[in-house]
Design a protein around this ligand. Sequence first.
Ligand SMILES: NC(=O)c1ccc[n+]([C@@H]2O[C@H](COP(=O)([O-])OP(=O)(O)OC[C@H]3O[C@@H](n4cnc5c(N)ncnc54)[C@H](OP(=O)(O)O)[C@@H]3O)[C@@H](O)[C@H]2O)c1
Length: 333
Amino acid sequence: MRGFLTDPTAPAGLRLTGALPEPEPADGEFLMAVHAYALNRDELNLIRRRPDGWRPGQDVAGTVLRAAAAGTGPAAGTRVLARLEELGWAERAAVPVHSAAVLEDAVTFAQAATLPIAGITALRALRQGGPLLGADVLVTGATGGVGQFAVQLAAAAGARVTAHVSRPERAGAALALGARHTVTTLAEAAPHGPYQLVLDGIGGPVLTDAVRLLAPGATAVLYGNVAGPSQLSIGDFYAQGWNARLVGLISADPTPGATGGEAGPGMAADLATLVRLVADGRLTPHTTLTADWTRTPDALTALARRDIRGKAVLTLPPAATDPALDPALDRRL
Ligand SMILES: NC(=O)c1ccc[n+]([C@@H]2O[C@H](COP(=O)([O-])OP(=O)(O)OC[C@H]3O[C@@H](n4cnc5c(N)ncnc54)[C@H](OP(=O)(O)O)[C@@H]3O)[C@@H](O)[C@H]2O)c1
C-alpha cells in the first residue's frame, strides 16, 4: 500500500512509499479507502518530533471498504469522514467506529476532510460558552483552520462575532465568514466587548490581552498557542472579567461527555453535526489549497510558511471524479 512516513532527509520530512503494510482493523474498526485528507498545523510539530518512520494523518474522508467486524458502524460502500490519531495519509486506513460519521450526499470528500480536527475544536470550544444568542464573542486567528469554523458557527448560533485577524488583507475573508467586526490588534477589539466568550488559538500576549476583554463571569477557551506561552495574573481578570474562567480545550477525546459536560456528545455525533451543517449550507469549509496527495510535502511547506488561509486538502485518485474538486483549485503549488 502507498502512503507517507516521516524521513528527516526528505522534503518537509515526509516520504511517499509503496511498501506499507495493509491496515489490520480491530473489531471496532472499519477499513476505509481514503479519498481526501486535510492538514493541521500541529502535524508540522508531530512530523518534526517523530522523524523515525512514523505515519501521520488525522483528518480523513473516504469510502468504507469493509465494515467493522463488531457489526457496528457504517456498511461497505458508505461515504464517511473520520478523526484518526495517525496513519491517515495513505491509500487505506483502519478507522474506529466511534470517531467516524456518515457523509450526506451534498458534502464532498474534500469538504469533509476539513472538518474533523478544526471543526470539532471550533464546535467544542463554542459549547463552553453556553447559549450564544446575542452574545459578544471574540475569535482570534479568525481565518485560520479552526478560526474560520469558529466564526461561522458562532454567527450561526446568534453571536455577534469580533474576528481578530493577523493582517488587514485577511479582514474581508473574516467578514465573509459572518463576523460583525474585524480587528488586527486586541486594543481595537475593546470597544466591541466586553466578551461573554473568547476563543483563542494564538496564545502569547494575545491571550493575555483577550482575558482583559472578558465580561464578568465570562469564558475564555485556549485551544492553541502558535505565538508561544502566555503570561497571566489575577490582575488581568481584575480588568473586568471578575470570576471569569479559562478553559484549556483538548478536542481529541472521542468519548461522550469528554467536553461540554456530562451531556457533551462524542466524536461521531459531533462529526455528524458538522456534516449536517455543511449539507444545509450553514457552514462552508474554506480551502485555499487543494492538490494531489503526492504533493503533501509541498502543502506542508506552504502551511509552515503561513501561505494557507483556511485549510489545505490533499486528494487521492478516486476523488478526482468528484465534481466538486475543480482542478483549477490546484493552483497554489
Ligand atoms: N487543543 C486542540 O484540540 C487543538 C485542535 C486544533 C488546533 N489546535 C492548535 O490551535 C492552533 C491553531 O490551529 P489551526 O489549525 O487553526 O492553525 P492555522 O490554520 O495555522 O491558523 C492559525 C491562525 O492564527 C494566525 N496566527 C498565527 N500566528 C499568529 C501570530 N503570531 N499572531 C497573530 N495571528 C497569528 C494565522 O494567521 P495567518 O493567516 O496570517 O497565518 C491563522 O489565522 C495551533 O496551535 C494548533 O496546534 C489545538
